[in-house]
Design a protein around this ligand. Structure first.
Ligand code: SAM
Length: 242
C-alpha cells in the first residue's frame, strides 16, 4: 500500500512518520510513503498555490490548478479515458474540518486501496472545485480547526499503516484494542487496563486477579473493565462500519 501526501510543507513529515512501526514498515517494503511538494505543480515562477477568494473575505484559498496537475502526475490512472480500463485502485482524500470524522472502521476500510493520496489543505481552505471534482472524500480528525492538513494526514497514515498485515509484530494487537467490535453485543470496545512491574508501587497495587495466573478469570476481568471504561468515558460509542 502506498500513501501519497500532497502538501506545501513536505519537510513537516521528516518528524512524525520517522518513529515507531511506520518507518519499520517502510523499510520492510510493506508500505510506501511519498511526500510531494504541491509547489512543484504551480504554474508561475513564484510557485504560487493560493489566491484571494472570489466574493471577498478573509484569508487565501488553495488553488485548483496545481492540485489538478499534481494528481494527474502522481495518480495518472485516474485521468486515463474509461475505455483504457485501468483506473487503479486509488483513493484521494482531502483533510478537512468539514468532512465526516475519521475513525477506526474508516482506517480499516482504507486498507482496500493500493494507493491513498492525502491532500493537506492550508489557508482559509481549498477551492471547492477540488472537493467537488478531484477528491473522493473529505475526512476530519475532530471537531476543531487546525491550521493545516499535515497533522491530520500524519495521523491517518499512522492509523492505517499499523493495520497493514505484518506491520505490527503481534497481529492480535490490532484485533483486540480500542474500537474493535465486540463479539458479544456488536458494539465498539475500548481496551482494558494494562499493568507491568512492579506489582506494588507507592502502595498502588496491581489488581490481584492479574497476579494469580487464572487466565479465564483474567479474560473476564479485562472484559468487565473495558466495558466499565466505555460506559464511563464513551457512553456515545456505538458500532460504526463506514
Ligand atoms: N476555514 C476552514 C473551516 O472553517 O473549516 C478551516 C481551514 S484550516 C485553517 C486549513 C486546513 O487545515 C484545512 O483546509 C484542512 O486541510 C486542515 N484542517 C483543519 N482542521 C482540520 C480537521 N479538524 N481535520 C482535518 N483537517 C483539518
Amino acid at each position: 500500500m502506498i500513501f501519497h501526501i500532497l502538501t506545501i510543507f513536505p519537510s513537516f513529515f521528516d518528524g512524525p512518520l520517522k518513529y515507531g512501526v511506520v518507518p519499520k514498515a517502510v523499510e520492510a517494503g510493506r508500505i510506501g510513503i511519498r511526500v510531494h511538494n504541491l509547489r512543484d505543480w504551480a504554474v508561475d515562477r513564484h510557485q504560487t498555490v493560493d489566491d484571494r477568494p472570489f466574493g471577498g473575505g478573509e484569508g487565501m484559498v488553495l488553488k485548483v490548478e496545481p492540485v489538478f496537475r499534481a494528481l494527474q502526475s502522481i495518480l495518472p490512472s485516474r485521468f486515463s479515458p474509461p475505455e483504457e480500463g485501468n483506473h487503479g485502485n486509488t483513493r484521494v482524500i482531502l483533510l478537512s474540518a468539514q468532512g465526516p470524522r475519521f475513525h477506526q472502521a474508516k482506517a480499516r476500510a482504507l486498507l482496500d486501496y493500493d494507493e491513498v493520496l492525502l491532500l493537506c489543505g492550508r489557508y482559509e481552505g481549498v477551492d471547492e472545485r477540488i472537493t467537488g471534482h478531484l477528491v473522493d472524500e473529505e475526512l476530519s480528525i475532530g471537531d476543531f480547526v487546525l491550521s493545516g492538513g499535515e497533522l491530520p494526514a500524519a495521523l491517518v497514515v499512522d492509523a492505517v499503516a499499523r493495520l497493514v498485515p505484518g506491520v505490527l509484530g503481534n497481529e492480535a494487537s490490532s484485533q483486540f484494542e480500542s474500537f474493535s467490535v465486540s463479539d458479544g453485543d456488536g458494539q465498539l470496545l475500548l481496551d482494558c487496563p494494562h499493568y507491568t512491574r512492579p506489582a506494588d508501587f507507592n502502595g498502588w497495587r496491581v489488581p490481584e486477579v492479574l497476579l494469580q495466573g487464572n487466565h479465564a478469570e483474567i479474560r473476564r476481568w479485562r472484559a468487565a473493565q473495558a466495558l466499565a471504561k466505555r460506559q464511563k468515558n464513551r457512553p456515545d460509542l456505538s458500532r460504526r462500519d463506514s
